[in-house]
Write a protein that binds this ligand. Structure first.
Ligand SMILES: *Cc1c(COP(=O)(O)O)cnc(C)c1O
Length: 407
């Protein structure tokens, strides 16, 4: 038997059946499986808890690559202060969702000239990722006759301890090495472009409050130091994010209360160059990850060499992360349940839940303790609100995409 990750607390049961946003899983699945269900109530609750814990001065941005489903984006636009996008396609979705251009920033390596022009024309902020990108953005601004809004994404020399995916520290395709930043910041400020400040992102999926606090302190120190060396003020500073959620056995939630108090203290002792800075954090999975469930129906239950396999109509083509093939080194089980048998005790025999793809990678839950699974049962895979539908190879094997609903 292998353990499963913790089911997020907010999920309720009615007559032993999983309820998401007030609707029974079986009703939600009636129009077809597989599907992702995202709960407005849970999105609201998460944003409210975060606001309450963070200093008022801190703006909260949604990093929309975590989940760009348009109805969810429109909902998030009412909950957060800004969106961070990573392509011109995401930028268009962000604008369509009603987010103000001045509250959208665009990071990501390899922005091409049409993307730079689209971003400048839309008046969103470019978090520039190299010296040559800065020069191309300035040239694009000249062509359009619009002063581009430019920030510098800094490649910090540190990353969040225990972070799942390394995005900072050492040689990276992301951001501009700190040593090069002061002269480039001066160049932007002197160019006639609108100088927007710094974006410093040091990693993702951290659950340890002390690690987040240390990273934020280092980020503020770095921003202050770079501003001093450049001799510029910093209108905006995006402190990155990296707040994680518990996916796996033994994971415990991040203590955002501790993070918020430490940040409030840090804000009370800022270096002069940051005295009037607007600060933001950008979060993806923390805001939306736990609010989503992937529901897939069991087609077949079979036995092979003494092991039970429940074969579902879903798989890694929708929920790659649960199969362990998206940014994890060791495969561990996401939280999983049989949606119609929530109260029932597990059977003694372990069961393995797989998708319908013809590859051994398509493992949704390995050797877990669940009630006896039967054909027709709905399986719920939790923590599916972030990096699910849009981060999975939907075309692989041709079964087609999953439905998505916001309830
Ligand atoms: C992916 C990404 C995020 C969001 O990461 P999460 O782990 O989902 O919070 C934020 N900022 C940048 C620059 C990113 O690339």
């Amino acid at each position: 038997m292998k353990p499963m990750g913790p089911i997020p607390d907010a999920f309720a049961a009615s007559d032993g059946e999983l309820v998401i946003g007030g609707r029974k899983a079986s009703d939600l699945a009636a129009e077809g499986t597989p599907l992702f269900v995202y709960s407005r109530t849970m999105l609201d609750a998460r944003a409210a808890e975060l606001r309450a814990a963070m200093p008022d001065r801190l703006a909260i941005h949604y990093a929309m690559k975590a989940n760009p489903f348009p109805p969810l984006l429109a909902h998030m636009a009412g909950l957060v202060d800004g969106f961070d996008v990573a392509s011109a396609g995401e930028m268009r979705l962000a604008l369509d969702a009603g987010m103000a251009a001045g509250a959208i920033s665009f990071a990501g390596p390899g922005k091409d000239d049409p993307e730079l022009e689209a971003a400048i024309a839309a008046r969103i902020t470019l978090n520039t990722e190299s010296a040559s990108e800065i020069r191309r953005a300035l040239a694009a601004g000249d062509r359009l006759g619009i002063a581009p809004r430019l920030a510098i994404r800094v490649n910090p020399s540190f990353d969040i301890k225990g972070s799942g995916m390394k995005m900072g520290g050492g040689a990276k395709p992301f951001g501009i090495d700190a040593d090069l930043v002061p002269s480039l910041a001066r160049e932007i400020a002197a160019s006639g472009a609108e100088w927007r400040g710094f974006h410093i992102y040091a990693g993702s999926q951290a659950l340890d409050a002390q690690a987040v606090i240390a990273t934020q302190a280092a980020t503020l120190a770095l921003a202050g130091d770079l501003a001093e060396r450049a001799g510029v003020d910093v209108p905006h500073c995006n402190l990155g994010g990296g707040f994680g959620i518990p996916y796996f056995p033994g994971d415990t939630p991040l203590d955002i209360g501790q993070v918020g108090s430490a940040l409030a203290e840090a804000f009370a002792a800022l270096p002069d160059r940051l005295a009037n800075t607007h600060f933001a954090i950008e979060l993806g999975r923390y805001l939306v990850g736990e609010a989503g469930v992937y529901l897939t129906r069991v087609i077949d239950v079979k036995e092979s060499h003494g092991e039970i396999f429940a074969v579902t109509d879903g798989g890694l083509h929708h929920q790659l992360a649960a199969s362990g093939n998206f940014g994890t080194v060791v495969r561990r089980n996401y939280p999983v349940a049989v949606a119609g048998r929530l109260g029932e005790p597990p059977v003694e025999r372990e069961q393995t839940i797989v998708g319908r793809l013809c590859t051994p990678l398509d493992l949704l839950a390995n050797k877990v303790a669940l009630p006896e699974i039967q054909p027709g049962d709905l399986v719920a895979i939790f923590c599916a609100g972030a990096y699910g539908a849009s981060a999975s190879p939907a075309a692989f094997l041709g079964h087609g995409p999953a439905r998505e609903v916001l309830v």
